[in-house]
Design a protein around this ligand. Structure first.
Ligand code: GAF
Length: 491
């Protein structure tokens, strides 16, 4: 049974009315670019095959009823009372679908809201850092967009999902997850400029290269609405304020020596993570375009080290997952998502998956950690209408048409920071949002690329300069995560 089947069955148990349709949206894995979204920077997530489905029937009154297969909590609310119920909070999981209804009504004043029965089922693991919440938001936003004649495109629906998450549920997240879930393309990642919301699908070619992404869900619970996530946002805002810029997106690696002078140690390290992570996203896109997926392993691992040591959002279970995957031959590995728990991802040859899985299970058992949930994920299609009416897959929702190699929405990198971060790519003859045709790629199927991070495009003037501090950069082909370093500032 798929989520679509489960949602239909649940709806049938709720009402005799025929379903108006079934819509679904996927979870996501973030390949690289962590905590950069709310800093108006760059991210590179991909939608996964696991989906959440919403089967919906029209009602004759103004009631919205939401039910799910994963919670006994159901909520009934009239459209007249929706604002008050959202303001009152305490809606549990129903805050996501009802928050979407609330946000869409506000964002699309020309729509015609009406009563609905909404049955939700999900295949996306909850709490694994794979955005089960964005999948609910994407499925419900797609359904309501059609049934309320709201006529919004996929980017506008991603915004609606983010408003629901931020203002109805109260989680201060960025927009990465909703964009990834709405705009996903099979076998591609979504390269997103979180300031302009410009996107470009970037071909991943994992299967062609004989690679897989292994997810190691540590089952350590995390929550975005509390604690560490908020604190990290506050540190980033403090860093941006110290430089009098709109967001950390506006800083480049050449600003780090100055940052070390004017910021306290903790804020400096938070800033350094964001600045170097933005650069790693650009370097990863350039490496994928030029050399294919075998070229990105060291960038993934450097991202983990930065999150572990500078942003301090990893936990021992995630570090052990990364270390064990690397020592099992993974090309690169990192925690994915908001951190403080959730999952790590590892990029590795398909034939290494069984042994790496066994090694991680053994390492967790030896450390006395809970047995993790380990599975592979495949870059897949974004939100769509699965049953009834016209399909709403890629290309059919007004204006937003994610196709490999086409710029989809908005412009390239925006204000000052975008230009600076994208400068090296512009100098090399293109925008980071322009795709290099596959025929010009230099692929090496067997060996890692000769172009490791040390040779990757540079940001800023003044000669060769790595985007990743040398002492944080993993040595090529070392297959081990660098040990923790003393927190010395550069220079
Ligand atoms: C969570 C948030 F929802 C995203 O917006 C993003 O900030 C991510 O953590 C960290 O990169 O998934």
């Amino acid at each position: 049974m798929t989520a679509v089947d489960d949602a239909r069955a649940l709806l049938a148990s709720l009402t005799d009315a025929p379903p108006a349709g079934v819509w679904s949206a996927p979870g996501r894995a973030n390949l690289i670019g962590e905590h950069t979204d709310y800093n108006e920077g760059f991210v590179l997530p991909f939608a996964i095959a696991q989906r959440t489905a919403a089967a919906v029937a029209l009602r004759d009154d103004d009631l919205i009823r939401v039910r799910s297969t994963f919670s006994s909590t159901g909520v009934d609310v009239s459209l007249a009372d929706l604002d008050a119920r959202i303001a009152a909070g305490g809606l549990d999981w129903a805050g996501y679908p009802l928050g979407v209804a609330w946000a869409l009504r506000a964002e699309a004043p020309d729509a015609t809201p009406r009563g609905l029965d909404i049955a939700v089922a999900s295949e996306v693991p909850v709490g694994a850092g794979l955005s089960s919440s964005a999948a609910i938001e994407g499925a419900v936003a797609s359904a309501l967009n059609d049934l309320w004649d709201a006529g919004r495109d996929k980017v506008a629906l991603a915004r609606v999902g983010r408003i629901a998450e931020n203002d109805a549920v109260g989680a201060p997240t960025g927009i990465m997850d909703q964009m990834a879930s709405m705009l996903g393309v099979a076998d591609a990642a979504t390269f997103l400029d979180c300031r302009t919301l410009a996107t470009r699908p970037v071909a991943l070619g994992f299967a062609e290269a004989g690679l897989q992404i292994l997810v190691i869900d540590t089952l350590v619970e995390h929550a975005h609405s509390s604690g560490g996530y908020r604190e990290r946002r506050a540190s980033c805002e403090k860093g941006a304020a110290a430089f009098d810029v709109a967001a950390l997106r506006d800083l480049g690696v050449d600003d780090l020596p100055r940052a070390a002078e004017i910021l306290d140690d903790v804020t400096f390290r938070r800033v350094r993570h964001i600045v170097t992570e933005n650069q790693r996203v650009l370097d990863t896109v350039a490496a994928l375009d030029a050399d294919g997926p075998r070229a990105i392993g060291d960038l993934l691992t450097a991202s983990h080290v930065s999150m572990r040591d500078d942003f301090e959002i990893s936990v021992p279970e995630l570090d052990l997952a990364v270390e064990t995957a690397l020592s099992s031959g993974a090309l690169g590995a990192r925690m994915t998502g908001g951190g403080f728990g959730g999952a790590a991802i590892a990029l590795l040859d398909s034939e290494l998956v069984p042994a790496a899985t066994e090694a991680v299970l053994a390492a967790f058992a030896a450390a006395g950690f809970r047995r993790p949930n380990i599975f592979t994920v495949t870059p897949s299609e974004g939100a769509r209408r699965d049953v009834g009416g016209r399909p709403t897959g890629p290309g059919s929702v007004s204006g937003a048409s994610p196709r490999l190699g086409r710029r989809v929405v908005g412009g390239g990198p925006g204000r000052r920071g975008g230009f600076r971060l994208g400068l090296h790519l512009l100098r090399r003859g293109g925008s980071p949002f322009r795709r290099v045709p596959p025929s010009t790629r230099r692929r090496s199927a067997a060996a890692p690329s000769a172009r490791g991070p040390a040779d990757a495009p540079r940001a800023g003037p003044g000669g060769p300069r790595s985007s990743v501090r040398p002492e944080l950069r993993p040595a090529p082909r070392r297959r081990a995560v660098p040990a923790r370093r003393p927190r010395a500032r550069p220079g």
